[in-house]
Design a protein around this ligand. Structure first.
Ligand code: T4K
Length: 402
C-alpha cells in the first residue's frame, strides 16, 4: 500500500497506485472451498445436475427456515424471480416502483409488458416515499413494487396499507436484503411475495441465483410450476411457464454460504464500523447508517457526499479512487428513469424525481466483503480523507486537466 503525502502522489497527478491489487465493490464471498467442492463432487457423482435436485431442495428448505417463511422457490437469478413473481400475481398495466434502484427492478416489469411508473424516494431513508404513491395510481395500476435498497427495508407498512386501500398487489424486490428484518420480522415475509438475488455480488451468493419467497400456499404452487415450464409435480403442463430453475452447482454454493451466513454478516458489520470510525468527522462526507435494532447484512457501504463542503465533486473522488485501484461504484446513478428505455417514456411515468436525482449525484459505494482487510479499509479511508483535506487544490488541478 502506497501512502499519499502530497497531492502529486495521487495517480491522477502522476503518482504510484495506492493498491497493487484491485479492490472491487461486489467482490464475491467464496465461503468454505472444501465443503463447496465436496458438494459439487457429490452432484457430479449423482449425475443429477439440475431440475429440482437434492441440493436445490435442501437450499430451499434452509432458506425458508432461516427467514421463517413458508415457501422458498429457488430460481436462476433475481431478475427472473421478479418476472415470475409478477406473472404469478397477474400483474399488468402499470406498477409503481422507485427509480432509485438497480435497473433490473424496472426491466423485469418492462420485459413482462408492464409499465414501471417511477416514484420518488424520501430524503431521510432513500426508500420509495409512500406519501407520493397515491397520486401515481391510475385505473391501470395493478401493484406496488417496493425495493429494500442496499438491504434496508423500505416502508413496508405504509406501502401495504395503500395497496390494501386500492386493492393492489404488493411485491418486494429484496435483492439486497437477505438476512435483514423489518420491525423485528425477517424480510421475506411481506407482501404477496418477495424476491432475493443470490448473484455473485450479493453477500450470500450462488454464482447466479435468486429465490421467490411467500407465505401464500396457492401462489407458491403456481410459482413452482411457472419456473419449470408450467409443469405440475408430475408430467402435466398446467400453465404457461418458463425455465427459471436453479442448478445444483449454484445450490451447492448457496448451501455452503448459508453455513457461514452469520459470520459473513459479522464480517460485514466489522467493515461497516471500521469505515465509520475511519471517516468520522471528514467534512462533506457521511456514511449511510444502518439503524439498529433491526438486523442487516451490511453488504453496501454507502458514502454520501456534499460537494459544496467536500471541495472535490463526487465524480472526481470516484475517478481518483478508481485510478488508485479502489473500484468504487455510484450505485444507483442516474436512476432508472434516466436510462433507456425509460428516459424516452411519456413524462407522466417519471415526474418530479428530485430526491432521486439529487441522491444519484452524491453517492459512492465502497468495497467490503470477505476479500478486503481492515488495513485496506483504513488505507482507502486515508485516501478519502487526504483528498477531502486537499479538496479545493485537487479540484482546481483536475478541472485544469480536462
Ligand atoms: N433488483 C436489485 C435491486 C438488484 O440490485 C439486482 C441485482 C436485481 C434486482 C437483479 O438480481 P440478479 O438478476 O442480478 O440476480 C451487479 C450485479 O450483476 C447485479 O446482480 C446487482 N443487482 C447489481 C447491484 O450489481 P453490475 O452491472 O454492477 O455488475 P458488474 O459486472 O459491473 O460487477 C459489479 C461489481 O462486482 C464490480 O465492481 C466487479 C465486481 N465483481 C463482479 C463479479 C460478477 C467481482 O469482483 N467478481 C465477480 O464475479 O451489476
Amino acid at each position: 500500500m502506497i501512502k499519499k503525502e502530497s497531492i502529486n502522489d495521487l495517480v491522477i497527478f502522476g503518482g504510484e497506485q495506492a493498491f497493487r491489487e484491485k479492490l472491487y465493490v461486489g467482490c464475491p464471498n467464496i465461503g468454505n472451498r472444501q465443503r463447496l467442492l465436496t458438494r459439487i463432487n457429490e452432484a457430479l457423482d449423482r449425475r443429477w445436475l439440475t431440475n429440482n435436485g437434492p441440493n436445490v431442495q435442501e437450499f430451499e428448505k434452509k432458506v425458508s427456515e432461516y427467514i421463517g417463511v413458508k415457501h422458498c422457490i429457488a430460481v436462476c437469478n433475481g431478475t427472473m424471480g421478479l418476472e415470475i413473481a409478477s406473472k404469478a400475481v397477474a400483474l399488468t398495466g402499470e406498477v409503481i416502483v422507485p427509480s432509485f434502484t438497480f435497473v433490473a427492478t424496472a426491466h423485469a416489469l418492462k420485459w413482462m409488458g408492464i409499465t414501471p411508473v417511477f416514484c420518488d424516494i424520501d430524503s431521510d431513508t432513500y426508500m420509495m416515499d409512500p406519501r407520493l404513491i397515491e397520486e401515481l395510481i391510475t385505473q391501470h395500476t395493478t401493484a406496488i413494487m417496493g425495493v429494500h435498497l442496499w438491504g434496508r427495508p423500505c416502508k413496508i407498512e405504509e406501502i401495504s396499507q395503500i395497496a390494501d386501500k386500492h386493492n393492489l398487489k404488493v411485491l418486494f424486490d429484496a435483492a439486497h436484503a437477505f438476512g435483514a428484518t423489518y420491525k423485528g420480522k425477517n424480510i421475506g415475509n411481506f407482501g404477496n411475495a418477495e424476491v432475493f438475488s443470490f448473484h455473485a455480488t450479493k453477500f450470500l451468493n450462488t454464482f447466479e441465483g435468486g429465490a421467490i419467497v411467500t407465505n401464500d400456499d396457492h401462489l407458491a404452487l403456481k410459482i413452482r410450476s411457472m419456473k419449470n415450464f408450467g409443469f405440475d409435480s408430475g408430467d402435466n403442463v398446467i400453465s404457461l411457464g418458463i425455465n427459471g430453475k436453479m442448478n445444483e452447482i449454484s445450490a451447492a454454493m448457496g448451501l455452503t454460504m448459508l453455513e457461514d451466513v452469520d459470520e459473513l454478516i459479522a464480517g460485514n458489520y466489522r467493515h461497516y464500523t471500521e469505515y465509520g470510525k475511519a471517516l468520522a468527522g471528514t467534512k462533506g462526507i457521511e456514511l449511510m447508517s444502518y439503524d439498529e435494532p433491526e438486523k442487516y447484512n451490511y453488504q453496501y457501504i454507502v458514502l454520501e457526499m456534499d460537494e459544496e463542503i467536500s471541495g472535490v465533486t463526487r465524480d472526481q473522488l470516484v475517478k481518483i479512487l478508481n485510478l488508485e485501484n479502489v473500484l468504487v461504484r455510484t450505485y444507483f446513478a442516474p436512476g432508472c428513469h434516466n436510462m433507456a428505455p425509460y428516459c424516452t417514456a411519456p413524462s407522466n411515468f417519471k415526474q418530479n424525481l428530485t430526491v432521486t436525482e439529487s441522491l444519484a449525484g452524491r453517492v459512492i459505494c465502497l468495497p467490503t466483503g470477505s476479500a478486503i482487510t481492515k488495513e485496506q479499509i483504513n488505507h482507502i479511508c486515508e485516501i478519502i480523507r487526504f483528498v477531502i483535506k486537499n479538496g479545493e487544490e485537487i479540484k482546481t488541478r483536475m478541472d485544469e486537466l480536462q
